[in-house]
Write a protein that binds this ligand. Structure first.
Ligand SMILES: *Cc1c(COP(=O)(O)O)cnc(C)c1O
Length: 485
């Protein structure tokens, strides 16, 4: 055997030319039977690079990413908390990652056990005993729950109940899910305390009411103090209460929505239970419902009997499947590990610290920023530029761009809609005092700059690979070519 195998496969100096007998024979085989007019005459002009150049290219690209592993991410409503690295290692274990969803129940008792126990944990946290882990995200959980509600209404002969009431501060997914599930949406006002306007709710309750969809704590970061009364009113009118649980981070381990009258809710495991998210997924949006509604949940359900765990498909009242297989299993596994490691006490501390951190930030910035509902908040708060800043022609978008220049991911902006020019800030429980101080310092510096030299803000960001883009156009007319001129 010769020391150097023949032939050399690549001629790197001649782009596109792979000049070997093997390649030629392979090409002939691959193109056999294809019409000649459809065949490429010349090889495509692909970039040809040495390994080192390639590795450097991708390493540099990855360094342009802003990520929770490198910096603070105060996105209100999105709960960008730290995801423990050990969870990634656990989720990558061959014994979990290598499972196939078609394996027999008997071969996957451990995995089914994880799902079953996670259901129990979520039931214990919410006070709602029946759980499905299937939905892939919060919005998917909303839709699933509304389908459950529809199934209950239809079975109990209440087909005239087709209206869902939703506060005007709600996340956009709430009305979207209602429409998708075939309900009419009626908007309920937010009172000047930042809470649901109960008289307005009362006025809209009626024989057509299917239910209320309410976020608690709400998107202004405030706890709906009258939630028990609100639930009683909706129930008295014959409807059910759905709670959007995206903000459960603030009350986990402290309050159980089932206790204050909620009938159904979703949990965003990728928010409250510390599994990675961003860039659109994967996530998990389990829903928890009352015993009465349990029979409508999607199939298959994970159940335990004398032989162990099994998947139960035999649920005649079920709305059916809402996705393939059994949910985003590895996301569910991370949430399970998170809850098991913290325990009930630890989860309570999460909520306490999330609330403490948000209030710390609020008080650090509330002199230089207008905080419309400036009182003890939950895990997040909403601020906006003061009117003097607006008079300088500065908008919240400029503030966000200047934050990027100073090294921070901007908070959520222009949401909730009930606060014009909103900056919605959520620090989460996993950030240090040093990080919170430096972020508050940057925000306060920006408030000063806006008054003294507004052009600093309007010209930002200057230190990023891409400066200001027309965001609407970037979505509708993306430039995706290699080396666009
Ligand atoms: C994130 C969020 C949702 C939607 O959840 P997804 O998991 O992104 O689908 C719904 N409501 C509120 C208040 C949210 O913050």
């Amino acid at each position: 055997m010769s020391l150097f195998p023949e032939p050399l496969l690549f001629e790197a100096s001649r782009p596109g030319r792979r000049c070997t007998r093997t390649a030629g024979a392979e090409r002939a085989r691959a193109t056999e039977g294809l019409p000649a007019s459809e065949l490429r005459q010349r090889p495509p002009a692909l970039p040809e690079l040495g390994e080192l150049d390639l590795v450097r290219h991708y390493t540099r690209l990855s360094q342009k990413n802003y990520a929770i592993t490198t910096n603070f991410y105060p996105l209100g409503s999105c709960t960008m908390k730290y995801n423990p690295v050990v969870h990634e290692k656990l989720a990558a274990l061959e014994s979990f990652a290598g499972l196939h969803p078609l394996q027999d129940d008997g071969e996957v008792q451990g995995a089914l056990g994880v799902l079953f126990e996670l259901q129990q944990i979520l039931a214990a946290c919410t006070g709602l005993p029946e759980v499905t882990l299937h939905p892939s995200a919060g919005a998917h959980g909303e839709l699933t729950a509304l389908m459950v509600l529809r199934a209950w209404l239809d079975e109990t002969g209440q087909t005239q109940r087709r209206t869902i009431l939703i506060p005007d501060s709600a996340h956009g997914t709430n009305p979207a899910s209602c429409t998708l599930a075939g309900f009419r949406v009626v908007s309920i006002k937010t009172s000047d305390t930042g809470l649901l306007d109960v008289p307005d709710l009362r006025e809209h309750l009626g024989p057509d009411t299917a239910g209320l969809m309410i976020t608690n704590p709400n998107t202004l970061g405030l706890f709906e103090e009258k939630i028990a009364e609100i639930c009683r009113e909706v129930h008295a009118a014959g409807g059910k209460v759905y709670m959007d649980g995206a903000n459960f981070n603030a009350i986990v381990g402290i309050a159980r929505p089932g206790d204050f009258g909620v009938d159904m809710m979703h949990l965003n495991l990728h928010k409250t239970f510390s599994t990675p998210h961003g860039g659109g997924g994967p996530g998990a949006g389990p829903i928890c419902v009352t015993a009465e509604l349990g029979k409508y949940l999607p199939v298959p359900r994970v159940v335990e009997d004398e032989d162990g765990y099994r998947l139960d498909h035999d649920r005649p009242h079920s709305i059916g499947r809402v996705r393939a297989w059994h949910g985003n299993f590895l996301v569910l596994l991370r949430a399970y590990c998170y809850a098991k490691r913290l325990g009930a006490e630890g989860l309570r501390r999460v909520a306490e610290n999330a609330v403490l951190n948000a209030n710390y930030l609020r008080v650090k910035v509330h002199q230089k920023w207008r905080v419309p509902y400036d009182r003890i908040c939950m895990h997040e708060f909403v601020a906006r530029p003061k009117s003097e800043v607006k008079d300088q022609g500065i908008r919240t978008l400029d503030v966000a761009k200047r934050l990027i220049e100073l090294g921070f991911h901007p908070p959520t902006i222009y949401f909730p809609l009930v606060v014009p020019e909103a900056l919605m800030i959520e620090p989460t429980e996993t950030e240090s005092k040093e990080t919170l101080d430096s972020f508050a310092g940057a925000l306060n510096q920006i408030a000063d700059e806006a008054l003294q030299s507004p052009e600093i803000l309007t010209g930002a960001p200057r230190n990023t690979p891409v400066q200001r883009v027309d965001e609407a156009r970037a979505v509708k007319d993306p430039q995706l070519c290699y080396r666009c001129s």
